[in-house]
Design a protein around this ligand. Structure first.
Ligand code: MLT
Length: 297
């Protein structure tokens, strides 16, 4: 019989004298959610894995770039920081190869940069084997805010199943939503909810805060399915239908509406494709922060 015991998972067994003994058989995963980096109350240095979420579009771009064979992505909060890091890397590189400058301000490409923040730009013919330096309005700030975590990965709907796999065995998981200009945006909350839904089905999980519970019920109410939960429906092969519903719902979110207004409607479809990529960017160094491709098992 399995019983709850101080957040752990405990099996009680009777020995030959009939005495009950307790044996710890596994640690429960504890999930904490911040709907904005500014709302982080959890101490991120107690976090085993921070999962940074910026569905529209920073972490979807990072996933796509790694799937397209990018070597490394540096992330910076400021444009000036990105430019001086590019110069530094170019000067230190024996072949004087300049990294590609990428990102956005107010959703638009930054003047003088090589790429904007649309996943469609990150094709393998353009970026395979390259180093990128990325700065975005909200996503790269969320990465910095979660920097004390022991490990840090970039999550999107594109790599959702792989993110869930990577969380296997984690103690404390902190889901950090980037939001839009200091405001909560629903697409990030949906992904946090999707990760929680999946982990709840797959693992022994304790939700540590109301934000986690709110994200989970928001995700479940947004994607009505006949199965017990959207994650089970995804596992039953309904990714296409659910991705379509998700893309539609992005049209009404704060981040989605901003992108639609500026003509980036197609990015909503692209970022809603659940489980189409298995690449994950994981932080590989700090000061300056850089990500590499998390090797598959
Ligand atoms: C951000 O980090 O602020 C976003 O990814 C915004 C965008 O893609 O335009």
């Amino acid at each position: 019989m399995i019983a709850d015991f101080h957040g752990g998972c405990v099996r009680n067994t009777a020995n030959t004298d009939g005495e009950i003994t307790f044996q710890v058989v596994g640690q429960r995963m504890r999930i904490v959610t911040s709907l904005l980096p500014e709302l982080m109350v959890a101490k991120s240095d107690e976090t085993d894995i921070a999962v940074v979420v910026d569905v529209l579009r920073a972490t979807s771009v990072m996933t796509t770039a790694f799937a397209s064979g990018v070597k490394q992505i540096f992330t910076c909060c400021r444009v000036s920081e990105a430019v001086s890091l590019a110069n530094q890397i170019e000067n230190n590189d024996q072949e004087n190869q300049r990294p590609l400058l990428c990102g956005e301000r107010s959703c638009k490409p930054i003047s003088g940069f090589d790429h904007g923040n649309s996943p469609s730009e990150y094709t393998s013919d353009r970026i395979r084997g390259q180093t990128l330096i990325m700065t975005t309005t909200n996503g790269t700030k969320a990465i910095e805010a979660a920097s004390a975590a022991k490990r840090l990965i970039a999550a999107s709907f594109l790599n959702l199943p792989r993110v869930v796999e990577v969380l296997h065995g984690a103690g404390t998981v902190h889901l950090v939503c980037s939001g839009t200009d200091g405001r909560v945006t629903a697409e990030d909350v949906l992904l946090a909810g999707a990760i929680i839904d999946a982990c709840t089905v797959e693992y022994q999980v304790v939700l540590e805060d109301d934000e986690s519970r709110m994200a989970q019920s928001f995700w479940s109410s947004c994607l009505p399915v006949s199965e017990r939960s959207p994650w089970i429906s995804l596992k039953n092969g309904n990714e296409k239908q659910l991705s379509q519903l998700l893309a539609k719902s992005f049209g009404h979110t704060l981040g989605g509406a901003n992108l639609r207004r500026l003509g980036f409607e197609q990015d909503l479809q692209r970022c809603a494709q659940i489980g189409t990529q298995s690449a994950i960017g994981e932080r590989s160094q700090q000061n300056p922060t850089a990500f590499g491709l998390l090797a598959s098992k």
